[in-house]
Ligand binder design. Sequence first.
Ligand code: PGA
Length: 251
Amino acid sequence: MRTQIVAGNWKMNNDKDATKSLVKDIKKNIKSLDLVNTRVIIAPTFVNLPLAVKKAKKSKIEVAAQNMHQAESGAYTGEVSAKMLQSVGVKTVILGHSERRTYFNETDQILAEKVTAALKNELEVIFCFGELLNDRKSNTHFEVVENQLKNGLFHLPAEEFSNIILAYEPVWAIGTGETATPEQAQEMHAFIRSLLVKQYNNKVADNMSILYGGSVKPANAKEIFSKPDVDGGLIGGASLQADDFTAIIKS
Ligand code: PGA
């Protein structure tokens, strides 16, 4: 049985106090939930990671980073390495988010290096990818997704995939209020799984948690998560409200 995962990407939101209270509220909300085979992850901004790790202790909340640099260390002003994340108790890192690709020019090549660096330092990776609206309009979305996976991830040997979580996020659905239909999500997730079978084997494909991301809300989560190849979600806006995030977890 594949692990179901709900991950909250806080992006550049929540200062120290807001981080403290949001972790506290989520912790309280999910305490009584029977989270069998379900993981709850939050990704606060770098500066609040140690605090979040501390506050999430003795709870079902895991803490992830939103990004990291591919180098081990060195003259990269303003950057954060995998080892630094490890050293503050972070076990998971989000890589390849569309905002990183778009605003910070992260290419497939850079992301491939980041993935390798993360795994080498024993960080689990939530690898994000997804097509632009124009790709979907021109019916090249499958090709775009295939290339993103090939170039960013398929250099890895099969055994490394136990430390990878995939997050399909159509860029046109991120922060726009426009969600992919459950059928569109299922169609792409099934395609992604077929790529894993082709490139690796059935075991890699069957065990892979593939999350959907893009305007997931309490109102649509259940329907999207009910699709057989959707194993949870990467949540932006709705992860900033404890009650909304909890409702999505319950879905
Ligand atoms: P959204 O963001 O839920 O606000 O659309 C999703 C994401 O960027 O991961």
